[in-house]
Write a protein that binds this ligand. Structure first.
Ligand code: COA
Length: 412
């Protein structure tokens, strides 16, 4: 079997394979793989086997992203379009593609990689860890507070495009956690065409916006009406007034729409904008708990190069400190050496060491820690890492970060 970079002459076979694998139209896939603002065919790798006819048996794409994490931009290899011909499945072809992709991403100097899995446990074998834990809210518009700042919300017009771009850029710089940046052509070709229902918060300066889709649920019984729903695709606010204004605006649509869906980071304090944190059709008056959101499991992250990823961290530790860590990585053994992290004035210096190891885990657990999703102390507490207990409070502080979050337009 050989794995090689795709070329223009593979486009037909790749489009047909992806269409079959993701139940999409071949012509739509063809346009998206050849005319995409984030990647090109050269980011795609195909696997072939002469003994099996020599055509494309499987493919995978490594999309080069930049993500904001702890206020800094870093490269990220996004794995997507993993597909294998139906007749060649369950023989380890996707596994071979993944093992090769890890080596390639190491050579390409990506410190981290992310992906949206079809099944978490498949990618776990390659060191990817579940970090995409989001809250899927299902709210009643009537349960949103009536907030006066909503009077500063107005409809988005084309002339607002640059203002909207600036709001998102500032937002992800401040609180983005492994959140992709967007280039101008991605905004123009992918995002702005979806700004059909879009509103901005403007108090002299544009400080936020919301984009949603409005649709009717299927009718519960023939002849009945389906309930209208607002599905918020993106809500961004740079300050308190912008968040209050945008939620107040959504609440004010109650005469037309009774329900709101919103996928948010788990640490977004949406309850602040609600009169009642409760579910739709709530009837159990004497029950102790009401559910107004469910937990949605999504994307995964893997650290590809441990020392490089550590060096890219900015942190807020006051005192200088040293930690010796060892991360066991079966796919990329270069990572499995003891490294000393020297932490000083917001920077992390990393070098190999022969000093005794103070923290040890496998790459999957370390990837969760690195992303800010799991505290080192909890990894040890629940038996997924070993550490000298005296360093844990400082390690917890060092790795603290907001919940990893990818906006819906950036799902890849
Ligand atoms: C998902 C997909 C790419 C997997 O491709 P594949 O080549 O069949 O994958 P593999 O054979 O490497 O692994 C699949 C499973 O078969 C198992 N397997 C591998 N070789 C095997 C063999 N010889 N005998 C039996 N099982 C085998 C693997 O261990 C794996 O099991 P797990 O899921 O429990 O970990 C393929 O099913 C596909 O194209 N699906 C549609 C598109 C899609 O969903 N893509 C994923 C996007 S994230």
């Amino acid at each position: 079997m050989i794995i090689r970079q795709a070329t223009g002459s593979d486009a037909d076979q790749i489009a047909a394979l992806l269409a079959k694998s993701f139940l999409e139209d071949t012509s739509v896939i063809r346009v998206s793989i050849e005319n995409n603002p984030r990647y090109s065919l050269s980011n795609m790798f195909v696997i072939e086997d002469k003994s099996l006819g020599g055509g494309v048996l499987g493919c995978l794409r490594i999309t080069p992203f930049e993500v904001y994490s702890r206020g800094e931009v870093m490269p990220m290899g996004g794995i997507a379009a993993v597909a294998v011909q139906p007749e060649a499945r369950r023989r380890g072809i996707a596994e071979t593609l993944m093992e090769d992709a890890l080596r390639k991403m190491y050579e390409m100097e990506f410190p981290v990689s992310m992906l949206f899995p079809f099944k978490h446990r498949f990618y776990k074998k390659f060191g990817y860890a579940y970090v995409g834990n989001l809250a899927q809210y299902d709210l009643l518009t009537g349960d949103i507070l009536n907030l006066p700042e909503r009077s500063r919300v107005r409809a988005f017009v084309k002339a607002d495009r640059n203002k909207v771009k600036r709001v998102l850029e500032q937002d992800i710089q401040l609180r983005g956690s492994f959140t992709p940046t967007r280039n101008d052509s991605f905004w123009d070709l992918v995002v702005f065409p979806k700004f059909k229902e879009a509103y901005i918060y403007d108090d002299g300066e544009t400080k936020g916006y919301v984009v949603y889709e409005l649709y009717k649920e299927p009718a519960p019984v023939p002849g009945a009406f389906g309930e209208p729903i607002i599905n918020i695709k993106e809500l961004v606010g740079l300050d308190a007034a912008a968040h209050r204004g945008l939620w107040g605006f959504i609440g004010s649509l109650g005469e037309q729409v009774s329900r709101v869906r919103y996928l948010a980071p788990t640490d977004y304090p949406l309850h602040l904008f609600l009169k009642e944190p409760r579910e739709r059709d709530y009837r159990r008056l004497f029950f102790e708990y009401k559910s107004f959101s469910t937990v949605a499991s999504g994307f995964m992250l893997r650290v590809i190069n441990v020392p490089d990823a550590l060096r890219r961290m900015k942190h807020s530790l006051d005192a200088q400190a040293d930690f010796v860590i060892k991360i066991n990585d079966g796919n990329l053994p270069q990572n499995s050496r003891p490294f000393n992290m020297h932490v000083h004035k917001g920077e992390v210096a990393v070098e190999e060491t022969s000093r005794p190891v103070q923290f040890e885990s496998d790459i999957e657990i370390f990837s969760q820690i690195y992303s800010g999703f799991l505290q080192p102390g909890d990894a040890v507490k629940y038996g997924f890492a070993a550490a000298d207990p005296s360093i844990l409070p400082k390690l917890d502080e060092l790795f603290r970060a907001p919940s990893p979050f990818i906006y819906q337009f950036d799902i890849f």
